[in-house]
Design a protein around this ligand. Structure first.
Ligand code: GUN
Length: 291
């Protein structure tokens, strides 16, 4: 396989398609007098988090979704965070609540996640929504894994590639990506292996993956020669190197010419996550308001 034969999965282009669909749906809701609304809470002054929140609010404006933002200082106590969430839980103009993670040290993140009403949990991190996913019941699904499924469906449809019967290997078991990802892949009839920090012979599992989803959080830890030739690679990692360039969990150049398709970093999974957040906000609006 030469380098040209590896498809770069264009997350920006696919996210634009998904966002256009959501924008149309929002316009239809507006015609019926319904305005979906998203509330975003940013605690502390992590510059990367501020950039992500900015992108989410911009996407709301472009999609026609009403948005509000609240900021709390890095030394805010848990009670202040819970008060803000309670206010939005009770606000009928708000359909979705997103608390940007990570939270400052000392804050119990799980308690904050569980404070958000499950109907407004557009991140899909609440145990009720994760439980619904595990049970195969409808609910709000975490944006990154849901966006990846959308991407695989769009590309798979065009490339005549399907997940059914494939061996999917997920690297990472977080509630934000790895766990919901594995459940969605299983739901789509893949055979799923989850590897994590205590797994043995990760390279050996990766070598047997028809689909690899890397959500480890270590730059270029997955080497090109680990990958199964002809496989599909989804790279969730995003790291800024000392040279200022962004890289993923997978050695992208090492994968080129070896795999059938791979998501670049940036421009792969990231834009899909934001588009999926818009979609989740509309879903939350429709379910809660029964429209
Ligand atoms: N920080 C990084 N990714 C995410 C995400 O998907 N949701 C939230 N709330 N915070 C994040």
């Amino acid at each position: 396989m030469n380098q040209a034969s590896t498809t770069r999965l264009d997350g920006k282009a696919m996210a634009a398609l998904l966002r256009a669909e959501v924008t149309q749906e929002v316009a239809e809701l507006h015609r019926r007098g319904v305005q979906p609304g998203l509330a975003v809470l940013l605690v502390g002054d992590d510059p990367a988090s501020a950039v992500y929140v900015g992108s989410k609010l911009k996407a709301c404006a472009e999609t026609g979704i009403h948005s509000v933002q609240a900021r709390l200082p890095a030394n805010a106590d848990a009670a202040a965070i819970h008060r803000q969430i309670d206010e939005w839980n009770a606000d009928n103009a708000i359909d979705g609540i997103l608390v940007q993670l990570p939270l400052p040290k000392g804050i119990d993140t799980q308690a904050v996640i569980e404070r958000v009403g499950p109907f407004k949990d557009v991140d899909g991190f609440h145990p009720e929504n994760l439980g619904r996913l595990a049970a195969g019941r409808p609910g709000l699904v975490a944006c990154t894994p849901a966006g990846i499924m959308d991407m695989l469906a769009r590309w798979g449809h065009a490339a005549n590639w399907t997940l059914a019967g494939k061996h999917a290997v997920v690297l990472g078991r977080s509630i934000t990506v790895g766990r919901p990802m594995a459940l969605l892949l299983m739901q789509a009839d893949a055979t799923v292996t989850i590897c994590h920090s205590r797994s043995l012979d990760v390279a050996g599992w990766v070598a047997r993956a028809d689909l690899l989803v890397a959500a480890v959080g270590s730059p270029r830890i997955v080497q090109g020669d680990w990958l199964k030739p002809g496989s599909v690679v989804i790279d969730v990692g995003i790291h800024r190197g000392s040279d200022g360039r962004l890289t993923g969990d997978v050695d992208f150049n090492g994968a080129l010419g070896r795999v059938a398709a791979i998501t670049p970093v940036p421009g792969g999974v990231g834009p899909m996550t934001i588009a999926q957040l818009m979609r989740n906000t509309v879903l939350a609006c429709r379910w809660r308001q029964r429209v």
